[in-house]
Ligand binder design. Structure first.
Ligand code: NAD
Length: 477
């Protein structure tokens, strides 16, 4: 229990949500606890010489469930990182991977550090040392534990981790598969950087394909014209907001950042705001909307869809009743506390839960891991063959048209698009879209068919726990 807020801790919150769903299942005695508890958490304290003195850092790698290996989960750099948080995030990874059928157990790592206080060289030294500590204990390994980026980390840190692993395992031919989210020149995959935000977009697109579900959220129609609030314009929030506004016609009316928020009822230009934040270090004085110093208050503003994409616990027992959005999609991990979830459920707010909503990242990480293990880029074998078969059809249609005197022609735009074979990016997006659709459908089936399931989160947990349970039972546990 958090003494300041009077709410359960993040890990307790995840456990409460788990227990709520498990109570509706008929699991063999003991299995519920086996699935719920975190298998192990390793804490490391290490020193790095920086600015003429040794600085000591604390890091964690938690393994929640090894029902399938390797285990998978990001590494977060933030001053607030602690064991409870890392264990909560590791548990969510177990359920998330099961829901999207990525063949991994759940894990998570974190380092207590504010990365903004260090330059690139210092961060490299710190990351190498942290990676060294985890690699030597097999807590980073292509067959056992595969990290990825999370809050405060990105491609650069993943490339450093991959390089550190390769230095320590010079004969491991699969070394690159020890971590995902790497830059493309270091064994990464196209579409990984955008993957979590893209997954949020695909999740919403799938939700709006089901008019009955949309009606439950008190809305109708498509995504076009929907008013959206986004909290956190980092990796996940930026990509989700960009794609929803540019490709689906949503209006981003509020962007909330750590130093305030901006509001513009006509819709905010996401690229312009992201560029402002990059150049000025925050959203304050941003000229693309009206500035509000108390950013978090705007979570309660009027809108259709609320996207918390920054951090956990932002929608809690203190503000849940005031939230006006009728649909919340949890792009961040754990943004709605268990207490707030209860309040929102009673209000009839539809919450698309984190274990589904932000699973785009781990899905494309899975594709990257497979690419690294197969040592070949997706699409390399079939792209040109596919193009030549399409060319055959186009040539034949044009010949038939000319011979029969009908005289119609294929438009240049159609021809160009039809003739283009799928490269890696197209295949990754297709695989991600398919994954997000299938996972949503598995959740909604439970949501609509189980009379005691009144929300998508419980439905998602039921699907995930069922799959993990089957995996344990197959092993005789
Ligand atoms: P990030 O570090 O790229 O971005 C976080 C953003 O939130 C930053 O712009 C930061 O300024 C802002 N922020 C921080 N504290 C805030 C506050 N109190 N109020 C408003 N804004 C605040 O992180 P990210 O990778 O985008 O991750 C965001 C969330 O998504 C986390 O919960 C993370 O666990 C989750 N997530 C990330 C990924 C991924 O692939 N990166 C995958 C799944 C889930």
């Amino acid at each position: 229990m958090n003494a300041l807020t009077g709410e359960p801790s993040f890990r307790q919150s995840v456990d409460l949500m788990f227990t709520r769903a498990a109570a509706l299942m008929d699991l063999p005695p003991g299995l519920e606890e086996k699935i719920r508890v975190c298998n192990s958490t390793y804490t490391v304290r290490f020193g790095v010489r920086l600015r003429g003195e040794i600085q000591t850092f604390t890091g964690y790698r938690s393994v929640h469930s090894e029902h399938t290996e390797p285990v998978k989960g990001g590494i977060r750099y933030a001053p607030s990182v602690n064991q409870d948080e890392v264990e909560a995030l590791a548990a969510l990874m177990t359920y998330k991977c099961a829901l999207v059928e990525a063949p991994f157990g759940g894990s998570k790592g974190g380092l207590c550090i504010d990365p903004r206080h260090y330059d690139a060289d210092e961060l490299e030294k710190i990351t190498r040392r942290f990676a060294y500590e985890l690699i030597k204990r097999d807590l980073i390994d292509p067959a056992q534990n595969v990290p990825a980026p999370d809050m405060g980390t990105g491609e650069r840190e993943m490339a450093i981790i991959a390089d550190q692993y390769a230095r320590m395992n010079t004969t491991d031919i699969n070394a690159r598969a020890c971590v995902t989210g790497k830059p493309i020149h270091a064994g990464g995959i196209l579409g990984r950087v955008e993957a979590t935000g893209r997954g949020v977009q695909y999740a919403l697109q799938e939700f709006f394909r089901h008019p009955d579900d949309v009606k439950k959220a008190g809305m109708s129609g498509t995504l076009d014209g929907k008013r959206v609030i986004v909290q956190g314009l980092g990796n996940v929030g930026y990509h989700a907001a960009l794609f929803l506004s540019v490709e689906d016609g949503c209006k981003i009316t509020h962007v909330i950042e750590r130093d305030g928020a901006i509001e513009n009822p006509d819709g905010i230009d996401i690229d312009a705001v992201a560029d402002w934040i990059r150049r000025h270090g925050g959203i304050k004085d941003c000229p693309f909307g009206t500035y509000h110093a108390e950013g978090a208050r705007l979570l309660e503003a009027e809108c259709d869809i609320l996207i918390p994409a920054a951090m956990e616990g932002v929608i809690n027992m203190h503000n849940a009743a005031a939230i006006q959005a009728s649909l919340i999609i949890e792009a961040a991990n754990g943004p709605v506390t268990a207490g707030a979830d209860e309040i929102l459920r009673h209000k009839g707010t539809v919450v698309i839960p984190d274990l589904y909503a932000n699973a785009g990242g781990v899905t494309v990480s899975y594709f990257e891991w497979v690419k690294n293990l197969s040592h070949i880029r997706f699409g390399r074998m079939q792209r040109r063959q596919e193009e030549s078969r399409h060319q055959l059809i186009v040539d034949e249609l044009e010949r038939l048209s000319a011979d029969s005197g009908i005289g119609w022609t294929l438009s240049p735009d159609f021809k160009q698009r039809y003739l283009r074979g799928a490269g890696e990016l197209e295949l990754v997006r297709s695989g991600l879209d398919d994954t997000m659709r299938a996972a949503y459908q598995s959740m909604r089936e439970v949501w609509w068919s189980h009379d005691k399931v009144t929300d998508l989160r419980t439905a998602a947990f039921l699907v995930s726990i069922g799959r993990v349970a089957k995996s344990y039972q197959a092993k005789g546990i």
